[in-house]
Design a protein around this ligand. Structure first.
Ligand SMILES: Cc1ncc(COP(=O)(O)OP(=O)(O)O)c(N)n1
Ligand SMILES: Cc1nc(C(=O)O)sc1CCOP(=O)(O)O
Ligand SMILES: [Mg+2]
Length: 207
């Protein structure tokens, strides 16, 4: 699988009021290749229903769904998974989900964390946050120079996250990011049409 391009991440508070599915579909129509379902609630039933609906949308648009934090939900749906440093063992997730499922790992600004993620079977390694983030202002900071080192050291696709906008993304891609993961600059929009336009503009950065 070619892990390159726009990686859209949903945010439940931002997409409240019925926006989740139309805005997610707009991102996919605009060209997002990966879509992460990121819901920090404990509402298991709603999470399953929403993730299942997103899985259908991704399948329809030829994109890959990634579930944030929740191995059980990813296993139930047979879709991808993203794990942070406190979200459980990546090696155990790889063993459970099998070789063909996309699994990503948060590496903050530490190459050592990326070394471990790769050794445990990560499909991609995610670094950030590179800029001020509306969604997660307290995430540990990373510098763009880190991308040079990561690119030289790892063959795995690199995801850049945190404050990525249409202005900041080109510098990250030029330094070796295979994907840019975006929440606010994609989904804090007044309409699904605006999301689609933004997604198309992000996707065009990879042409
Ligand atoms: C692509 C991608 N990169 C990093 C993260 C952050 O994961 P984590 O540190 O576990 O934080 P939460 O997203 O769970 O709050 C991510 N979700 N996706
Ligand atoms: C979920 C997340 N993880 C980060 C990290 O650095 O690990 S930054 C972040 C939020 C990304 O949202 P926005 O595009 O709105 O900044
Ligand atoms: Mg997490």
């Amino acid at each position: 699988m070619n892990l390159r391009g726009l990686y859209a991440i949903t945010d439940t508070p931002l997409l409240a009021g019925g926006k989740l599915l139309p805005y997610a579909e707009a991102a996919l129509v605009g060209g997002a290749r990966l879509l992460q379902y990121r819901d920090k609630s404990g509402d298991t039933a709603r999470r399953f229903d929403e993730a299942q609906a997103l899985a259908e949308l991704c399948q329809h648009h030829g994109a890959t769904l990634i579930i944030n934090d929740d191995l059980e939900l990813a296993a139930r749906l047979g879709v991808g998974l993203h794990l942070g440093q406190t979200d459980g063992s990546l090696a155990a997730a790889r063993a459970r989900l099998g070789a063909d499922i996309v699994i990503g790992g948060t590496c903050h600004a530490q190459l050592e964390l990326a070394e471990r993620a790769v050794s445990e079977g990560a499909s991609y390694i995610a670094f950030g946050r590179f800029f001020n983030s509306n969604t997660k202002p307290g995430a540990p900071a990373a510098t763009v120079e880190l991308l040079d080192e990561a690119r030289a050291r790892f063959a795995q696709p690199i995801v850049a996250i945190g404050g990525v906008t249409l202005d900041t993304a080109p510098g990250l891609i030029a330094r070796g990011a295979s994907m840019v993961a975006v929440i606010h600059a994609l989904f804090a929009a007044d309409s699904a049409t605006e999301v689609e336009d933004r997604a198309r503009a992000f996707a065009a950065l990879f042409d």
